[in-house]
Design a protein around this ligand. Structure first.
Ligand code: SF4
Ligand code: SF4
Length: 370
């Protein structure tokens, strides 16, 4: 069960591809208390709970994050084994206090960085127009010094996708070992861009193999998540997102959304309820009858790699195709390229280095963070 709290809609950046409507609101503590109570009440005993602090930039309201953390941890049903806290920051704010908080509360701390400065600053700038890369790079270095590890998520678009291998190398040079790579599904991807994905992912795979050969493995979501699926025989029912049921997002005004990516400007488009009002949990995922938009891809129903494909992800589908249940040509091309890349990496490294991916099948701590 994943509960995302939009601590605030404020942000000090104005990323070109941001989908969050900005305002100065912060989640009142009393409302956060109702959200936390609600989350515990609707989570079956023994179920894993993930509370995610999100925004805007949640660290603009660090005191509020700490107060909500206290609400979560002081709840009578709090179980440190079953409850995971995550905080996602834009990397422009960091301090010794924040590092202490992350350590003390075992928070999974992640920041958004799109790659080397020339890539990152293309889209992730301050309101003034100044790029944020220098500050974010400093935060990455400081956070790794203080915490020992850090999750970094890079968004790539048609304009930056060819830099993806350099982005991975850049993160590696900074000491990052948990790398998440996420396409911007809403970007204007052309057939030419989609055809490049195979070569680009293979170049990322080449870095991945080199790190393993140097006895310095890196987690790279694009590859590790698919290797895990190849070993487990595909996505299991519990691994698919169930936005609107097993996953909810709460805005500072108490609005309930099926997924944090569908909050948008907080208007009515995807709003499914309010913390104080009637709310009918809905299952909005689409894996029962995914369709492929356009003529380039074969229908999912006849696709041999369907078990390994995330064609069921309603929000990715929505951003690319405008429908929860219609798979885009980008997602299809990206999933095909990622699965092929992961299979090649797996075969090569298993042949060279022996049985090394057993943890992916069972779910090591790192794999569980997917
Ligand atoms: S840091 Fe996040 S919330 Fe802020 S503008 Fe960028 S994408 Fe939007
Ligand atoms: S790769 Fe995925 S989206 Fe493409 S046809 Fe196969 S199941 Fe559908």
């Amino acid at each position: 069960m994943k509960y995302t709290l939009f601590v605030t809609r404020q942000c000090n950046l104005r990323c070109d591809y941001c989908y969050i409507g900005k305002d100065i609101s912060a989640m009142p503590l009393e409302l956060a208390r109702r959200v936390v109570d609600y989350a515990y009440a609707r989570t079956p005993p023994g179920e894993q709970m993930d509370f995610v602090f999100f925004g805007g930039e949640p660290l603009l309201e660090f005191d509020r994050v700490r107060d909500i953390t206290a609400l979560i941890e002081q709840h009578p049903r709090f179980d440190p084994i079953a409850v995971q806290l995550t905080l996602v920051s834009n990397g422009t704010i960091f301090s010794d206090d924040i590092a202490d908080y992350v350590r003390e509360h075992n928070v999974a701390f992640g920041i958004s960085c799109d790659g080397p400065p020339e890539v990152h600053d293309r889209f992730r700038r301050y309101r003034s127009g100044k790029g944020s890369a220098a500050t974010v790079e400093e935060t990455i270095r400081d956070a790794i010094d203080a915490l020992g590890q850090l999750m970094v998520n890079a968004v790539y678009r048609p304009e930056t996708v060819d830099a993806l291998p350099d982005t991975v190398a850049y993160f590696s040079s900074l000491g990052v070992r948990q790398i998440y790579l996420t396409p911007d599904y809403s970007a204007p991807w052309t057939p030419a861009h989609r055809r490049l994905l195979g070569d680009i992912y293979r170049a990322v795979g080449a870095h991945y193999k080199d790190y393993y050969r140097a006895d310095d493995p890196h987690f790279i979501s694009l590859i590790d998540s698919k290797i895990a699926l190849l070993l487990r025989g595909g996505y299991q029912p519990g691994e698919r997102c169930s936005m609107g049921r097993g996953e909810l997002a709460f805005t500072p005004d108490g609005g309930i959304y099926p997924c944090e990516r569908l909050v948008g400007d907080g208007g009515g488009a995807h709003r499914i309820g309010h913390i104080d009002g009637a709310f009918a949990p809905q299952l909005m995922q689409c894996h029962h009858a995914p369709k492929v938009d356009g003529a380039e891809a074969a229908p999912c129903a006849e696709c041999g790699i369907k078990p390994y494909c995330m064609n069921w992800c309603g929000c990715s589908n929505y951003f690319a195709s405008g429908y929860y249940d219609r798979v885009s040509t980008l997602l299809c091309a990206s999933e095909r390229a990622a699965i092929e890349c992961a299979a090649e990496v797996y075969r090569t490294l298993e042949a060279e280095l022996g049985d090394m991916f057993f943890d992916h099948a069972s779910g090591s701590p790192l794999m569980n963070s997917i």
